[in-house]
Design a protein around this ligand. Structure first.
Ligand code: PLP
Length: 413
């Protein structure tokens, strides 16, 4: 388990009331939402901000001379400032808006990968990657002749760091690794991964989709060249995400998409491009989503990331303790460094039966391969049930889950 970090008194009962959906019913029962790793819920502060923008403030950005457009541009650009300080980037120019983690990785794979990889170069991934951090690299490898190498995972669900060191070599161009596994819950030693890659002269991308919502992330401390995440997993809207990249790398990378806003000058003979970060943001961007994301960052910062981390630490300890008492339940992923989720299986009950019967009791968990088929194959299971927490969950939610699982089991005994 990760360590608690401080003693900050925050009233999480009160905070829970910011999320109207948590007081609603599902299938005739009070909702228990434990699918936060897939997408988190949105507090009314963020929903209200989106509503206000859409009703009274909407206009296109970067182009208009009129006041409304200038106001929308200011609000849209404010998210860049907020993200910059939220993750401690060195400059606002290092924050690229994308549609999410998947889009951010595709951008790096295509823009950096296509221009830097050639036949026989190696890209190191890990066995526990989300498909979003596998498939884009495979697609670029097919075009360039680069080769994918994979860091194996131990029985506890940790990266085999000795194997990683052995994989690093003169051909390693890129190391792309998940910060927190969405399938196992493992928190990976990303600073060490990044330092080792840099000593080897390789570039590093960290998939932070499951880390940024739950802990204070400092990209300069981690040292990775690229760090990516999605707004919808951290109380923000869907369709919006971030690519953080070191400025000197972004400056030399070509644009990934062409169109309006990303240009300097266009003629039929030749187009020159805008500067970083705008050269990566073609077309009308997700304006309202960026404004909603600003509000989400404000919301999380008001609670405090340390308080969130501490709260989730307490909840996940309780979750693991309670699930451990259920006969026949086996965890998939038992790292000492576990984030706020638990994946589990039963020998004689399929995960989809667990998910369906819990849903009938108003309990939402995720079942399946969690877009991480290779790691499930590694553990010899086709699917797991995954309960993933957020700071707004409660011990009562976990008690309901345990009751629900015992009810599911009663069908199969
Ligand atoms: N990486 C990880 C670790 C994830 O958990 C997810 C989503 O579940 C993604 C990438 C993809 O995120 P998105 O669908 O927001 O692009």
């Amino acid at each position: 388990m990760k360590q608690a970090v401080s003693d900050i008194a925050v009233d999480f009962e009160k905070i829970r009331k910011d999320f109207p959906i948590l007081s609603s019913e599902l299938n005739g029962h009070p909702l228990v939402y434990l699918d936060n790793a897939a997408s988190s819920q949105m507090p009314r502060q963020v929903a209200d901000r989106l509503d206000r923008y859409n009703r009274f403030e909407h206009s296109n950005v970067h182009r208009g001379i009129h006041t409304l457009s200038q106001k929308a541009t200011d609000a849209y650009e404010e998210a860049r400032k907020k993200v910059h300080s939220f993750i401690n980037a060195a400059s606002e120019d290092e924050i690229i808006y994308t549609t999410g983690t998947t889009d951010s990785i595709n951008l790096v794979a295509n823009s950096y990968g296509l221009t830097h990889f050639s036949e026989g170069d190696e890209v190191i991934l890990s066995e526990m990657e989300h498909h979003a951090n596998i498939v884009p690299w495979q697609m670029v490898a097919e075009k360039t002749g680069a080769v994918i190498k994979v860091i194996p995972v131990t029985d506890s669900g940790d990266l085999d760091m000795e194997a990683y060191k052995r994989l690093l070599g003169p051909k390693t161009k890129m190391v792309a690794v998940i910060h927190v596994s969405n399938a196992l819950g493992t928190i990976n030693p990303v600073k060490e991964i990044s330092d080792l890659a840099h000593e080897n002269g390789s570039v590093v991308l960290i998939d932070g989709a499951q880390a940024v919502p739950h802990q204070k992330v400092d990209v300069q401390e981690i040292g990775a060249d690229f760090y990516v995440f999605s707004a919808h997993k951290m109380c923000g809207p869907t369709g919006f995400g971030i690519l953080y990249g070191k400025k000197h790398l972004l400056d030399e990378m070509p644009p990934y998409r062409g169109g309006g806003d990303m240009i300097d000058k266009v003629t039929f003979e030749k187009t020159t491009y805008n500067v970083t970060p705008f050269k990566f943001e073609a077309g009308t961007p997700p304006i309202s989503a960026s404004i909603g994301f600003s509000a989400a960052i404000d919301y999380l910062e008001k609670i405090g990331m340390k308080a969130i981390e501490e709260r989730e630490y307490e909840l996940v300890n309780y979750l693991v303790e309670q699930l451990s008492g259920i006969n026949g339940l086996k965890f998939v992923g038992e790292s000492e460094n576990r984030a706020c989720l638990a994946s589990f299986v039963f020998d004689h009950i399929h995960a989809s039966d667990v998910g369906t019967l819990l849903d009938k009791q108003g309990i939402a968990i995720r079942t399946g391969h969690h877009c991480a088929q290779p790691i499930l194959r590694r553990f010899n299971v086709p699917a797991t049930s995954r309960a993933s927490l957020s700071f707004y969950n409660s011990k009562e939610d976990i008690d309901r889950l345990v009751e629900g699982i015992n009810y599911v089991k009663s069908f199969f005994e």
